[in-house]
Design a binder for this molecule. Structure first.
Ligand code: COI
Length: 333
């Protein structure tokens, strides 16, 4: 049995080796390259592939694996928005993802950043760095005084809700799929408009589906409270960035947490130090004291990365053996 893994980073290598050690009967090989029509050939002879990338897996890539007779495919992350699922289904692929590698990693990041925006920490840090140690005007808002509106109550949304409640915030939520437990406890508002009208902090924890694209736009921002804090650690396309810039400029938005960005592919997780920065709008956002930009690193913890690797390999081996995988991707979606 052979598994071939793509785009293995240095920080993932120890976990690949750990898995290899625990599965001596499985041949494991890997590359740091992405899976493309050209690199598919590297997996020749393998029974399954393990991948992670943000670049689209288009039909030509999927066809290249098909030509090699490889149909067991495990991705190491949650999001499946970059896979041509129709093509994969047509060619008889079995796909798994890792929907729960560490919801805490992402939720914790969202909570920390939201709290930092409320306390105006970035502005205070900038003052301190200039040896200006005065208090005013960087006065904070306490989390317990906020109504936090959570859009999407899956694994990540639920951990985020717990953390914010730990701070003492009032939490309200919206989801098209209602969790019965949360519903019983009365968390859900009737619609997004109600959430927008009531929440001081709005955090997105929904997938990038066609219905969700630009759900944060001029229109929805208009419905929000003055001084709202918006948190997007989910997917860039959920937010119309230009609309948020307008909201920040007018003062309607108090602060913005962005760990994902609609133009992030090829920019996040790249080094532009000493080089020309490729995105003016992003450079402007990074420079603002009330905007916290992180390059899609909410997930990036040792706990999460280990689980992503180990769970993806476990899943792939199950697919290869014809067993039921822990977390199969529904290709009919
Ligand atoms: C996902 O798991 O879908 C993520 O967004 C994290 C990824 C960048 C590794």
């Amino acid at each position: 049995t052979k598994i071939y893994a793509y785009a293995i980073r240095k920080d993932e290598e120890p976990y690949v080796h750990e898995w290899k050690e625990a599965h001596k009967d499985v041949e494991v090989d890997y590359t740091d390259q992405l899976l493309t029509p050209e690199t598919a050939e590297l997996a020749k002879g393998a029974d399954g592939v393990v991948t992670y990338q943000q670049l689209d897996y288009k039909a030509d890539t999927i066809e290249a694996l098909d030509k090699l007779g490889i149909h067991n495919w495990s991705i190491r992350n949650v999001g499946i928005d970059n896979i041509d699922l129709k093509k994969a289904k047509e060619l008889g692929f079995k796909i798994t993802n890792v929907p729960v590698y560490s919801p805490d990693a992402i939720a914790e990041h969202a909570a920390i950043q939201a709290a930092r925006v409320l306390r105006q920490d970035k502005a205070m840090d900038e003052k301190i760095a200039k040896h200006d140690l005065r208090w005013a005007p960087t006065i904070g808002r306490e989390v317990r005084d906020q109504t936090v509106g959570v859009v999407g109550t899956g694994h990540i949304g639920q951990v985020f809700m717990r953390i914010m409640e730990g701070f003492g915030a009032k939490v309200i939520a919206y989801d098209i799929f209602k969790n019965p437990e949360l519903e019983k406890k009365g968390y859900y508002v009737d619609d997004l408009d109600e959430l927008y009208a009531k929440a001081d902090v709005i955090s997105l924890h929904v997938p990038d589906t066609p219905e969700n694209v630009h759900m944060i736009n001029d229109d929805s921002i208009k419905k929000m409270k003055d001084g709202v804090v918006i948190v997007n650690v989910s997917r860039g396309p959920l937010v119309d960035t230009d609309a948020v810039v307008r909201g920040l400029d007018s003062g309607k938005i108090f602060g913005f947490v962005m760990d994902t960005y609609e133009n992030e592919v090829g920019i996040f997780n790249s080094d532009f130090s000493g080089k020309e920065f490729p995105d003016k709008r992003l450079a402007d956002l990074i420079a603002r004291p009330n905007v916290l930009v992180t390059p899609h690193t909410a997930f990036y913890t040792t706990h999460a990365v280990r689980n992503m690797v180990v769970k993806a390999f476990d899943n792939n081996l199950k697919l290869i053996k014809g067993e039921k995988a822990d977390t199969p991707v529904d290709l009919d979606k």
